[in-house]
Design a protein around this ligand. Sequence first.
Ligand code: 26V
Length: 825
Amino acid sequence: PIALTNVRTGLGADAIATALIENLYCLLGKLPQHATRNDWYMCLAYTVRDRMMERYVATLASITETNTAAKAVAYLSAEFLTGPHLGNSLVNLGIWQAVEEALSRVGQDDLSSLLDQEEEPGLGNGGLGRLAACYMDSLATLNVPAIGYGIRYEFGIFDQAIRDGWQVELTDKWLRFGNPWEIVRSEITFDVKLGGRTEPYYDEAGRYRMRWLSEKVVKGVAYDTPVPGYRVPTTNLLRLWKAEAAESFDFEAFNVGDYYRAVDEKIASETISKVLYPNDEPEAGKQLRLAQQYFFVSCSLQDMIRLLIMRGKPLDEFHSYWAAQLNDTHPSIAVAELMRLLVDEHAMEWDQAWAITQQTCGYTNHTLLAEALERWPLPLFARLLPRHLEIIYEINRRFLNDIRLRYPGDDQLLQRLSLIDEAGGKHMRMAHLASVGSHAINGVAALHTELLKQTLLSDFHRVAPEKFFNVTNGVTPRRWIALSNPNLSALITRKIGDRWLADLEHELEHLEPLAIDGDFQKEWQAIKADNKRVLAGLIKERTGIIIEPHSLFDIQVKRLHEYKRQHLNVLYLVTLFNKLRRVSSAAEIPRTVIFGGKAAPGYRMAKLIIKLINSVAAAINQDPVVSQVLKVVFLPDFNVKTSHHVYPAADLSEQISTAGKEASGTGNMKFAMNGALTIGTLDGANVEIRDAVGHENFFLFGLTAAEVERLKAEAYTPRSIYDSNAELREAIDLISSGFFSNGDRGLFQSLVESLITRDDYMLLADYQAYVECQQRVSQAYSDQNAWTRMSILNCARVGRFSSDRSIREYCRDIWNVRPIVPDER
Ligand code: 26V
C-alpha cells in the first residue's frame, strides 16, 4: 500500500483548499490572483479526481488480481451520455459542503459558476446513451465491479442553435479545453483489423484453420474515466477507445512520399472515432458506422481477454468472469468477434467457443420501430469484415440446422429466423445475430417486452422462450434528484432521513403520509416555485422570452421524432390559441408550454416540427390577449446540463407518444421523481408509472397499442376525422393558411399533408382525447392543494424507477453477478 499524503486524498475542507492551490500551481502553472474561472474549474476537477483514485485503483484490482473470484460486468455501448462530472462526483463522494468551504477559503465563493464551466461530454443521442450512464452510476453504487466500454468520440452530439426558428447544427468541440476527468492509458492499446480477405492454412498440429489478411489495421487507445458510486468504496470505470494509426513500418519513412502517405493513413485511421452519429439517421455514414462499432467491440473484447489472463484464469472460464451486455444491436458484432478471437486467435474448438459466447452475452432491445433496426448490406459487411461474414454464416448454418430438426418442413420459419435477410438486396440482421448469440434478451419496459415477444422477435420467442426477460428502465436519483434538485433533496432528507438516495425503492414511500400535511405541502410548493423561477431566468437568458413563474409549466423535452408527437402538442396549442382569441381568457389557467430537443440533421420532418413550434410560439407570445394566459418556448440545445434545470421546474410532463412506439422513455421517470404530473398515453414505462402513482394521479388519454394496431389494420382514414372535427380542422387550416409563416402557405404543407392523408402516428385519432385531457389538467391545477398532494404522491411512489432496481434485476436475472466491496488500502 502506498501512503498518499492527505493533500491528495483528504476529504476535509482544509486538505481540499490546500490541494486547490497546489493543483492550480503545479498543474496549471498559475497563482490564485491570475487564475481565470476556467482555471479554477480545472484545478477543482483535478482535486476531485485525485480523491477518487484510491477507490478506483482498489476496484480495478478486484477485476485484475489473481485471488479474486468476482464476475464483472462489461457494459458495451456505442453511447454514454454521462453529462457533466463535477457536480455528480461531489454528490457521490459526499464532499459538496467541504468543497464549498474550501473554495471560499481560497476566495472563490461561487461553486455553481465553476460547475457551469464544465463542457458536458455529449457522447450519446438521447435515452439509450443516458440509460448507459445511469446504469454505470448504479453499478458502482451497488458495488458491482463493471467497466463501461465505448468510443471516445472527438465530437459528440452536435450543439443546437435556433436561427429564424430553424435548427442549426454546430460541432460539439467538447475536448477544446482538455478533459480533466479522463486518464489516457497509452500502454493499453489493441490492433483492430479491417478489410482484406481470409485464407485457410494448416497449423503446427495439422489443423485446418482460417486467417484474416486485413487490408489495414487501426489502433485503439484506452481513455479511462472513473465512475464513483454513491458513498461506497467502489469506483468503476468507463473505458472509451480512441482510434489512432497503428505503428507500422510506414512510419519509418524512407522518403518524403512515404512520409506523407503515412500521415494520410494516420488521418484516415483517426476518423473512426471522430464523430458520434445521430441514431435516427438511417442513411448517412454507413460504412464508417460499422467500422466504429467493430472497432470498439474488438478493443473491448481483447481487453476483457487480457484482464482474464492477468487474473491467471483459463480462457474457457471467460463467461465465469465476464457478463457482457449489448446495449442495443450497435455492439452486436461482439458475438462474431468473440467467436473469432476464441477460435482463430486462441485455437479453441467451435462448440466450446459458442457455449462461452452465448453464456457471456446478453442483448437489450431498445426499439420496435422497423426503420430503426440495424441491417447491413452484405457487400458492405463483406468488404469490411470478411472473416466475420464467414463466422456468421457458420453460426447461421448451425442455428438453422437445429431449427430444421425441431420444426421440420417449416421453411417460412427458417427464412424469418435467418441471420441473413434474403429479400431484395441481401442484408445482415443484427438483432438476429444478437438474439442467437445471447443467453438473455430483454426489453426495457413491461409493455415493450410483451410487444417484443409478440412482434419483432416472436419467432425467437417461439424457439427459445426461456431467453426472454423484462427489465424496466430506471434513472439514477443521485443525478436526477440530489444534484439537479438540491432543495427538494434537502426537504426529503429532513423528513425521512438520508437513506433514500441509496435505497429509493424502499425509502421514498415514507413521504406518502406527508402528501396531506399542509405545512409540508407549503414547503413542497415553495421549492417548486423556486425551481420555476430559476428555469424562467434561464429561458429569458437563452431566448429573451419572459415567462410567468406562477403559470402551469407544461414541458415536453426529448429528441424530436414524429412518433413522440411534439406536433400533437402543437395542434393543441393552436386549438387553444383559436379559442382564446374568441372567448374571454379570464377563466383560463395560465400556462407556459416548454419544448426542447434535437432533431437528427437529416430528418426533415423533425426539423420542420421545430420550425412549426417556433412559429406558433412567436404568434402566441406576441398576441396581446392570448399571451396573458399562454406562452410557448422552444429552449435551444437541450442536453444533460440544461435538463438539470428543466425536470425540477415542471408541473406537467408530456409523454404523448403513439401507443406501442416508445420502448420505455426515461424522461417520464425524471419528471415524476421531481413531482411533475404526467399527461400521457399507455406507452412504454408510462403504463408502469401510472400503476405506481395511482390512476387518479395520472392524466391518461389516447388509444392503446392494441387499438392502434386494430385501427391501422382496418384502414385508418385521418381525413374523415379532419372532416368531422371542426376545432381540429380550424387548427390545421390555420397552419395551412400561412398565418404562422408570413403568408407562406407552402412552408408547413408537407406536415399538414402527411397528417391528413397518412398520419402514421395517429395524431388525429388521439387529438380530441388529448384536448379534453388537457382541460382536465387545467381544472386540476386550479386546486393547488389537491395538485400538490398529487405531486407529492407522484414523487413518493416512483421509487421503483431508480436505476438501482433495474441493475439489481440485471444482476439477478441476466448477469448472475454479485456485489463485492473492494478492500480499501
Ligand atoms: C433509431 C432510429 C433509427 C432510424 C430512424 C428512426 C429511429 C428512431 C429511434 C432510434 C433509436 C433507437 C434506440 C433508442 O435510443 N431507444 C430508446 O432507448 C431508451 C432507453 O431504453 C428508451 O427509454 C426509449 O424509449 C427508446 O426510444
